[in-house]
Design a protein around this ligand. Structure first.
Ligand code: MTE
Ligand code: LUZ
Ligand code: MOS
Length: 758
């Protein structure tokens, strides 16, 4: 099974928003944004900008016919700033011109006079100043406060983790054009066509049925287009609506980097308590999330941090508090893992520091505390078909861990400057949107009279191969050649009220809806076949490889003939079906429930070589045993695992988002923001856990999009272990990303890390 988009990408045939053949009279839009991180808008001077030739109109907040509000969870974000700006990069005006260069030139010539207000970029400072996005939340299990005295070892510390730029290859953008009757059609690079539709209808004060959104594919999203594609679409929509002309708005890379939010940086405190045997008895954590200037998806991301704060470990007494802090940075947003990685990094850090204190290898503590069947998570759900231990064991066996350890020991004994480090990283990731209501999807399937099949769903293709998986589902239910099946664009007129393609559940939710729609048509077809073959009931009839079988025997009746006859006999060859994940619920008062349909497990072994003279490093390998369930498409799934691992390693090591104290992004180009490339990429081996069938997934598979990203966390601790081999006398502060500069400073700076308290 290949991913049919691959050939089109390689030949350049694949279309993205900027490739669409545009109609005559196209105008181009460009955005003018705030150069200050916090202030009062005194005046917007358009005079110089309006003189640029080719400029048609410049829109500001007062030109918005509807509600100037784009907030998804909390209504706290204006499309165009009215009185106050709260981050550098906040849109203030939209220039529309006959050509792109004029639009961009004019946008730069707009003068926005801003009276400075205090700028806060640090989440703990924001917390102290009382700037919260939503009230803090706490998850509790057992009784932490009364069990510290049971612990033989108690370790406290702080952990920092940084932001991450999505760096989708296709930047944010949209193309909008007016349609008859005062409506708007928008082609958008979004993971959430319905979000774009909702926001645009609100901005334009139009009913949702007058805003049609169409998505062919994305040049990557990674969460960055779950919520943050809407603004640009609404701006293009606004211009198209007001001017009655087609309008295209594509962000140049640097503007995209400056204006859009990233993965949330977190600053966290932990306290962990263990007994002599290394069993974790108590864990307390407080997470300060740097939300940026508006809520965006921060409350949902904060929630997932709490859900994953104990990763794949069972800890009987847990108290975890998460605080979403409002700062003067671009609103941070969804990024593969959605707060989960930030939570998991802290427990892994706590274990690492506890191991240091106890003088044992962290893997001993990790292994001892892995989840078992029936164990309770801090949110009340219990494990079912728990694969935490088995993936760990298989990883140890398959990759001959004792041999690796021996080789590393020998290498480190022989080499003074180069040191190797290794770390295990187990993962446990919950599958379902934590907001239960979002776990729904629908599909619309047509079988045409020539036997070809068209499938529409809410799934958005962004490189993760969901379209191919949907095709597989339809081909499998009908038992026809996959070439007969085409997935259509994701369009709000065909599939309404969609959840974003996110939370790794695109294939599950839309696949299940597709399965149901196909099953309805299949039943129609079987009735037709039973009629033709004079069978007493449809139970005698089966389609196998495009041939109708009667009581297990081949007949002359083939797919195309069957479809033609079904049409002539006036059977329905179209179906719309709906799927909502059963059995999930969550009570936000009690903070308990069963939020996830199931969990994804796996274990990675990460190896690195650090040059302890220069601070640079190279990851040698990442060896994984991963629970894919019964993989629907091993090639796609393996690709997803590999991509996510590299992205996770990047987050932990070389990708560094830096804002200065004035809230200005310093890493706003690829010359200053380094991402993994092919030379960075280690040898990755991904082993599929055998005999795993997932009753909750599509055709017994498991979701794959996000979970493997968290294997990258192992990269951080592999480096830690390598530099500890070089400087066994030192303790190192935990602060990701572990850039080569930071490694070097850690190795040679005079300032020794404050001793961990006991
Ligand atoms: N893979 C590619 N190539 N491009 C992407 O943008 N996004 C990731 C993951 N894999 C992404 C990707 C994220 S954040 C999610 S949530 C899932 O894909 C979404 O798709 P799925 O639900 O179909 O797995
Ligand atoms: N988006 C969302 C997500 O709205 N809810 C989630 O739980 C989620 N999880 C992962 C990624 N995106
Ligand atoms: Mo992915 S962060 O759920 O878009």
């Amino acid at each position: 099974m290949k991913n049919y988009d691959i050939e089109r990408h390689v030949t350049g045939e694949s279309q993205f928003v900027d490739d669409i053949i545009t109609p005559e009279g196209l105008l181009y839009a460009s955005v003018c944004y705030s150069g200050k991180a916090h202030g009062e808008i005194l005046r917007i001077d358009l005079s110089e900008a309006e003189k640029v030739s080719g400029v048609k109109v410049i829109f500001t907040s007062k030109d918005i016919p509807g509600d100037n509000q784009i907030g998804g969870i909390v209504p706290d974000e204006e499309l165009l700033a009215e009185k106050e700006v709260e981050f550098i990069g906040q849109p203030v005006a939209v220039v529309v011109a006959e050509d792109q260069l004029s639009a961009r030139e004019a946008a730069r010539k707009i003068k926005v006079d801003i009276k400075d207000l205090p700028v806060i970029t640090d989440p703990r400072e924001a917390y102290k100043a009382g700037q919260l996005i939503v009230p803090p939340r706490t998850f509790n299990l057992g009784d932490v406060d009364n069990n510290w005295n049971e612990c033989d070892y108690i370790v406290e510390g702080t952990v920092e983790s940084g932001g991450q730029e999505h760096l989708y290859l296709e930047t944010q953008g949209a193309f909008a054009y007016p349609v008859e009757g005062g409506g708007i059609k928008i082609v958008s690079s979004t993971q959430s066509p319905t979000a774009v539709q909702r926001v645009t209808s609100r901005i334009l004060n139009l009913p949702m049925h007058k805003v049609e959104v169409d998505v062919l594919r994305l040049g990557g999203g990674f969460g960055g287009k779950e919520d943050q594609a809407s603004a640009w679409a609404a701006m293009a929509g606004l211009a198209a609506f007001k001017l009655n002309r087609p309008v295209k708005l594509i962000l140049p890379r640097q503007e995209d980097m400056r204006m859009t939010g990233k993965r949330h940086p977190y600053s966290s405190d932990f306290k962990i308590g263990l007994n002599k045997e290394g069993k974790i008895l108590c864990y307390e954590a407080t997470f300060y999330q740097n939300a940026g200037a508006a809520a965006d998806l921060s409350p949902a991301i904060l929630e997932r941090t709490l859900f994953h704060c104990t990763n794949s470990y069972y800890i009987p007494n847990v108290k975890a508090t998460a605080i979403s802090c409002k700062t003067n940075l671009p609103p941070n947003t969804a990024f593969r893992g959605f707060g989960g990685p930030q939570g998991m990094f802290v427990i892994e850090s706590a274990i690492f520091k506890a191991a240091e204190k106890m003088g044992v290898d962290p893997t001993e503590i990790q292994k001892k505390n892995l989840l078992d069947e029936g164990d309770e998570f801090p949110y009340g759900q219990r494990t079912e078909n728990c694969h935490a231990r088995i993936t760990w064991q298989k990883a140890e066996e398959k990759y001959s861990i004792e041999k690796i350890r021996k080789e590393i020991k020998e290498f480190n004994a022989k080499n003074d400057i180069y040191k190797k480090g290794i770390a295990f990283m187990p993962i446990c990731f919950g599958i379902s949107f934590t907001n239960t209501s979002m776990n729904q999807a629908s599909a619309l399937v047509h079988v045409y009279t020539d036997g070809s099949i068209s499938v529409s769903t809410a799934a958005v293709e962004m490189g993760q191969g969901v379209n191919e998986k949907i095709r597989q589902v339809a081909a499998k239910v009908f038992s026809v050649d996959i070439e007969r099946v085409k997935t259509e664009t994701t369009n709000t007129t065909r599939i309404a009220n969609t959840s974003p393609t996110a939370a790794s559940s695109g294939a599950d939710l839309n696949g299940k809806a597709t399965e149901r729609a196909c099953q309805y048509i299949l039943k129609q077809l079987k009735e037709v076949a039973a009629e033709i073959l004079e069978a007493s009931s449809i139970t005698h009839v089966k389609i196998i490889d495009e041939v109708v079988h009667l009581d297990g025997k081949k007949t002359e009746l083939r797919w195309e003939e069957l479809i033609k006859t079904a049409h002539l006999k006036r059977f329905n060859l179209s179906s719309h079906a709906f799927y909502a994940t059963p059995g999930i619920h969550f009570d936000r008062e009690k903070e308990k429930g069963r939020p996830f349909a199931y969990h994804v497990y796996g274990t990675a072994i990460v190896e690195v070589t650090v040059d302890c003279l220069r601070g640079i490093y190279k990851f040698d390998s990442v060896k994984v045993v991963h629970d894919f369930g019964k993989s629907l498409n091993p090639l796609i799934d393996k690709g997803q695992a590999e991509g996510a691992i590299v992205q996770g390693l990047g987050w932990m090591t070389i990708e560094e988002v830096i804002y200065d104290d004035n809230g200005k992004l310093l890493t706003d180009a690829l010359s200053t923001y380094k991402v993994p490339d092919i030379h960075f990429t280690p040898n990755i081996e991904v082993d599929f856990l055998e005999d795993s069938e997932n009753p909750w997934g599509i055709f017994k598979s498991k979701a794959i999009g996000e979970p493997p990203l968290m294997y990258g966390i192992g990269g951080y601790f592999a480096i830690m272990n390598a530099i500890k081999a070089f400087r066994p006398d030192r303790q190192f502060k935990i602060s990701a990303p572990f850039t080569p500069e930071k490694v070097l400073m850690n190795l040679y700076s005079k300032k020794v890390e404050e001793k961990q308290s006991v």
